[in-house]
Design a protein around this ligand. Sequence first.
Ligand SMILES: Nc1ncnc2c1ncn2[C@@H]1O[C@H](COP(=O)(O)OP(=O)(O)O)[C@@H](O)[C@H]1O
Ligand SMILES: O=P(O)(O)OC[C@H](O)CO
Length: 513
Amino acid sequence: MTDAHTAGPFIAAIDQGTTSSRCIVFDRDGRIVSVDQKEHEQIFPKPGWVEHNAIEIWTNVQEVVAGAIEKAGITRDDIKAIGITNQRETTVLWDKNTGEPVHNAIVWQDTRTDALCRELGRNVGQDRFRRETGLPLASYFAGPKARWLLDNVEGLKERAEAGDILFGTMDTWVIWNLTGGVNGGHHVTDVTNASRTLLMNLHTMQWDEKIAESIGVPLAMLPEIRSSSEVYGEITGGKLGDLLGGIPVASALGDQQAALFGQTCFSEGETKSTYGTGTFMVMNTGDKIINSYSGLLTTVGYQIGGQAPVYALEGSIAITGALVQWMRDQMGLISTAAEIETLALTVEDNGGAYFVPAFSGLFAPYWRSDARGVIAGLTRYVTKAHMARAVLEATAWQTREIADAMTKDSGVELTALKVDGGMTANNLLMQTLSDVLDAPVVRPLVAETTCLGAAYAAGLAVGFWNSTDDLRANWRRAAEWTPRMDAAVRDREYKNWLKAVERTMGWLDDDDS
Ligand SMILES: Nc1ncnc2c1ncn2[C@@H]1O[C@H](COP(=O)(O)OP(=O)(O)O)[C@@H](O)[C@H]1O
Ligand SMILES: O=P(O)(O)OC[C@H](O)CO
């Protein structure tokens, strides 16, 4: 409920994430007024495949928006704009005449396009994709997922060629539905989401015709690419039409870029790392497109209206919080995510065990789709508590590898890391992270920086906030962890971690699909 400290008006933000959709209402100081959240089903049809039901997601989005508005005790007139942030790369194709998805959405972690990517690499060459799109050719990205759907859903290619099928990442799907769906919904995406498709040229900020043709995705299916902070349309569609009709839909940012924005990393060199299902470290590189030689991605950080785009370097880790979920749901070793910390604290160390969760291959800095998960160093001494330690350490060491790559590519030493996301509730993990990075780790007061970034970008678009300086003034430190680990221990543990990583590689053969 609102109180004297949170007087309106407000901005709402939707975060359509990998595990859940949530809506948060913020006040002008960037404080949370209300939150509503709902998990959706994770569908695993085969090893390495991960799908979501896009209709379930749209239903949940409507419910959480209505829920957050109700919990805040406010009405349409109190909300000045709504922003969207989303899990990136997850791909849905739908019929523009019926609004029906043609298949479940293929999630970013899904590896079914490995073989297709290898084939594209042989035919077109890796370098061309890196040069034009900033990305390595990998199953992570959206373009090959769209091509897989066109090849595997009967009759789809013909329907796409006839102009009846629309492509979207989850920002596009949600905005199209929010702004009217089959009754004139806006088919748009923003530069940050488009930069994750392998289809957008980083230099022109437009779809690259030749690359789209080589991947086999018709341009007619693709949404219009817009900035991250502008009015795309108004809420008119679905159940929300009655509740919030007329509210401007005024931002879209991939969730990791939204977190960069929410952490107010507006200056070149500023870096944040978000700990959710996966972990994503992003550094603002200003107007520079830095080509990575160390396995990072070159991507778009954000673009505010007609201003020049701001670029970024990103280290993407596929599995961090998802490993905790796996320990809970698949292994049954804990009953809540938070229990991983309680269990880990019952022992002093990892007992010699190292867990490399290469469940979707290895992302940055390796980009090895042939890798699979490994637990190394097992002896009869190892207990489930040591495993819990190894699970948390896996997140910390994966971050360390990305931080090293970032320093190499940018020349900028990491002096402190701003963190956010669900896993930052884990104090042991945050201390371990500071220990392995040998740098302070800082968490802001509003840990929901992803939603906050989307709210900020929407608020800027409608004049709710005037400038990024207004936003910086809202950032407040809540907690900080400083390194305590002995350097010799750190070096030994890092060496062991790297040996374990080595053992994940080459598990899949070239002809494994
Ligand atoms: N106390 C905790 N310790 C470790 N991991 C946690 C904790 N709480 C949540 N998580 C993990 O964080 C993830 C959820 O974080 P969130 O930021 O909501 O993710 P996403 O945005 O990817 O859906 C889950 O994978 C969960 O396992
Ligand atoms: O939903 P999250 O927070 O796990 O983020 C997913 C990323 O956007 C994938 O690139």
